[in-house]
Design a protein around this ligand. Structure first.
Ligand code: A2P
Length: 280
């Protein structure tokens, strides 16, 4: 079974999950069904992915008990603020067909800073009502995390950020470690940015008899991050889960971490200039 990472609220999350960003609404039920059959017990979705109904259909169809599957969703930017967040959460839960959500995230730091704080207080409220087990954020910068802490005193259990070898997020990882916030990596495979054909990664993959995708995921896991690779291909879905069996040496981990390119390695939008993104 998948190793678990413990949050500062005492709950835990399977370290490797299945991400459904960019999985089409009509294929999501089938693809999530494959992932559950392959052995994934953690599904990462969002209102903004437009596929929560498909996730809900897969959860309804499986024999796996509800408490053995960890489900994350996220409140989109246009639903920030107390009333809109409450309505958005209800819609998410109806589509997922769930009574309680394992983890709910603010998807992006809102363009207006006050709004993220109000949304955060609303997540705290939903958690107190027992509707959400753990609360966190996504795409938050250091200043966004500082604002939540200063205004509410409640730290997110996790921050889900873009993180892959060419964009390794050293500063945020250090800040998270200091604050006890778990780092969760989106686009851990680098979205076609070149890591999967990088010579350093290829050499390490050859040494382990693994694919480059498995090595890139194994590196992310070795850093202690939660990782949520996406694939619609059953063979790759299984291959990515098997990255848990690839054990890199500390020298290999260091060699991959050294591939970091700073801002040049970023594939997705920069939260500093793009707080309004909805897609991921
Ligand atoms: P597909 O869904 O067609 O299998 P990321 O998680 O970094 O955003 O990357 C997702 C992309 O990587 C998707 O295009 C996905 O394609 C592809 N992908 C997923 N798993 C693998 C793998 N094991 N090997 C190569 N490409 C993969």
């Amino acid at each position: 079974s998948t190793p678990a990472i413990t949050f500062h609220d005492g709950r835990s999350i399977p370290q490797l999950g299945f991400g459904v960003w960019q999985v089409g609404p009509e294929e999501t039920a089938e693809v999530v069904g494959h992932a559950l059959e392959a052995g994934y017990r953690h599904i990462d979705t969002a209102r903004g992915y437009n596929n929560e109904k498909g996730v809900g259909a897969a959860l309804a169809a499986t024999d796996i008990p509800r408490d053995e599957i960890f489900v994350t969703s996220k409140v989109p930017n246009q639903d920030q603020g107390r009333e809109a967040t409450l309505a958005s959460f209800d819609a998410t839960m109806a589509d997922l067909g769930l009574e309680e959500l394992d983890l709910y995230l603010i998807h992006w730091p809102a363009p207006g800073v006050g709004l993220a704080v109000e949304t955060w207080r609303t997540l705290v409220e939903l958690q107190e009502q027992g509707r959400i087990r753990s609360i966190g954020v996504s795409n938050f910068r250091a200043e966004d995390l500082a604002l939540l802490e200063a205004e509410t005193g409640v730290l997110p259990v996790l921050n889900q950020i873009e993180l892959h070898p060419y964009f390794a997020q050293p500063e945020l990882r250090a800040l998270h470690a200091d604050k006890g916030i778990v780092t969760e990596s989106w686009s851990p495979l680098g979205q076609g940015g070149g890591e999967l054909t990088d010579p350093v990664v290829e050499d390490i993959a050859a040494a382990h008899g693994a694919t480059t995708a498995q090595v890139v995921l194994a590196w992310n896991l070795a850093l202690g991050n939660v990782v949520i690779p996406k694939s619609v291909t059953p063979e790759r879905i299984a291959q990515n889960l098997a990255s848990l069996e690839v054990e890199l040496t500390s020298e290999e981990v260091t060699a991959i971490t050294a591939l970091h390119r700073g801002e040049a390695g970023r594939q997705g939008p920069d939260p500093s200039v793009f707080g309004g993104h909805q897609g991921r």
